[in-house]
Ligand binder design. Sequence first.
Ligand SMILES: [Zn+2]
Ligand SMILES: [Zn+2]
Length: 373
Amino acid sequence: MAARGDETVNKAKGPWIHRFMIYFFTVVLAVLVFWVLGFLVEDIGAIRGPQYTEIEQRYVDQDLVDRAKTLMAEITDVDRAISDKREEMRIVNDSSQNLQNTINQLIELQKLAVQRSVSLSDKEQTNLSESLAHFLESQKRYQVYNTELSRLTDRKRSLESERSAIEKKIAGQTLPAGEEFRVLREKHDLRLAGYQLLILLPMLAAGAIFVVRKRGSVYFPLFLGFAAATLLKTAFVIHRYFPARYVKYVLVGGLLIAVIKLLVYFIRVIAFPKADLLMKQYREGYERFFCPVCDFPIRRGPRKFLFWTRRTVGKLELPRGSDEDSPYSCPACGTVLFEECPKCHNIRYSLLTFCQHCGAVKEIEHGSDNAKV
Ligand SMILES: [Zn+2]
Ligand SMILES: [Zn+2]
């Protein structure tokens, strides 16, 4: 015997293209929600925090900073002067080497002339003496340049030692500035995280509640997409602002809960086969006057014109009279909920095993595939 009256049951699966579209738009919805949350979080994150340069100015003596700057400029000038001087010295050195070669050649000639007992021509003589004079002069110039160079190097060394002393002082003053900046920055980050979570957490809670409550609803993908996006964004924000040592506990806690839930689920699947769970669902549905299959209120007998929810069902005041009993099918899903007992011909629960009047047993079929378990 079928639990449902006929074949008009809501197997609302639809063609594959529609089902695919539902998956697709669920993902699109999640992405869009994630995006919007991203904008929100970004705008909050753009709130101006402490500025290091401002803090540093309060701690570091500006005269020292200025002095360090001028020293730096002076050192650059001296550096340039040194490299200019080196270039000049190289040129002088080249020319004096040329002169030396010429002089050597002339001396060779003179040696040969002496061996042959002839003397050098006048021109060669003047050449030799002129070259010698030039050579001596360039040597002298080289010496002068050399002294200038060593003077420049000395100056550079003294400038640099002054600069390093000043920088050491500045670094000493920067240290507390860095410390204060770190503390302020941490406070600012915590405040930002607070603002962001203030927006995200209520949304996440709402998403979670909807996902749990609407597990059987046809609109479930909507809530799932929303909840997934919010969860992901919240995880990112937490990961960004809170030190890993705290996040670790939250993460492990979440995993623990998930694993325990899975364990409980599988233990229940083994301990109570599906049929038992389904029976439980049917029983709970009847208890609260909701269709056990689709949760639509069972409005029969004295409850015909009443409205209730799972919470208010116990507080209803029932009108008197109208005890008449008749078969009843759920108007929402077509499931037969009350029917005539074939044995005693009273009205009995269709989805429960025994007749409440005569105790006749009925085989309940559990093939329903859209039952919530
Ligand atoms: Zn129903
Ligand atoms: Zn009966």
